[in-house]
Design a protein around this ligand. Structure first.
Ligand code: GRF
Length: 220
């Protein structure tokens, strides 16, 4: 590393499942001008495919298996300890299917991002695609937000829309939304690593200015 250059921000990714978003981030981080480095990947499930993806990319992994802890506090405590070992600048939740305690969220305030498959504030929680279909929505999508104490309620940084077509099913919608996720998340992580986005009390600043509404990914 050149002594004149600031150190590259480090990223720790938490995932629970297949890890397609992790994969998109791994690929983005391989771009020569990517301003961050994925230091480690943590999972709460020992058989999550995300672990395999990380190993293939020679990224350090760890597992904190939630079934081995009696309470959410103990699990989060153990998870925090593992994360602190890596001292990341950014923690990215990429399909991490555990609700985090207030202590955890506060400990990483302003350094914790999540991706949620809906156009927040619509459809926090689970089954977002089915709920969008049930409501007859013609627009659905994905949001990346800072994590705060409120579940899926932290300030939204960016969104990408998908059109709901007649005949769409939860599966077809999920596929369309995931395609956008894989584009949107690396963009937002890049902004973070470049120091462009910051969390204020209950708002986001982008390049030092209050972000009045979430950034939108262009249609294609
Ligand atoms: C994504 O759809 C994301 O929006 C949600 O969990 C899913 C994770 O998928 N939070 P993957 O494990 O990245 O493939």
């Amino acid at each position: 590393m050149n002594a004149d250059q600031p150190p590259v921000p480090t990223i720790l990714v938490l995932a629970s499942g297949s890890g397609t978003n992790l994969q998109a981030l791994i690929e983005a981080s391989r771009e020569r001008d990517f301003p961050g480095q994925i230091a480690a990947v943590g999972c709460n499930r020992p058989n999550a495919f995300a672990l395999e993806r990380a190993s293939q990319a020679h990224i350090e992994t760890f597992v904190v298996d939630h079934t081995k802890y009696d309470s959410r506090d103990e699990f989060d405590g153990a998870l925090m300890q593992e994360i602190r070992r890596h001292n990341p600048d950014l923690v990215v939740l990429a399909g991490f299917m555990r609700i985090l305690t207030t202590d955890f969220v506060r400990a990483f305030r302003g350094q914790l991002l999540n991706i949620h498959p809906s156009l927040l504030p619509k459809y926090t929680g689970l089954n977002t695609h089915q709920r969008a279909l049930d409501a007859g929505d013609t627009l659905h999508g994905v949001s990346v937000h800072f994590v705060t104490e409120e579940l899926d309620g932290g300030p939204v940084i960016a969104q990408a829309e998908v059109a709901v077509a007649p005949g769409d099913t939860t599966e077809s919608l999920a596929e369309k939304v995931q395609e956008k996720e894989h584009i949107l998340y690396p963009i937002v992580v890049r902004w973070f690593c470049e120091g462009r986005i910051q969390l204020g009390s209950d708002y986001v600043t982008f390049d030092g200015e209050l972000l009045k509404k979430p950034m939108r990914l262009p249609d294609n």
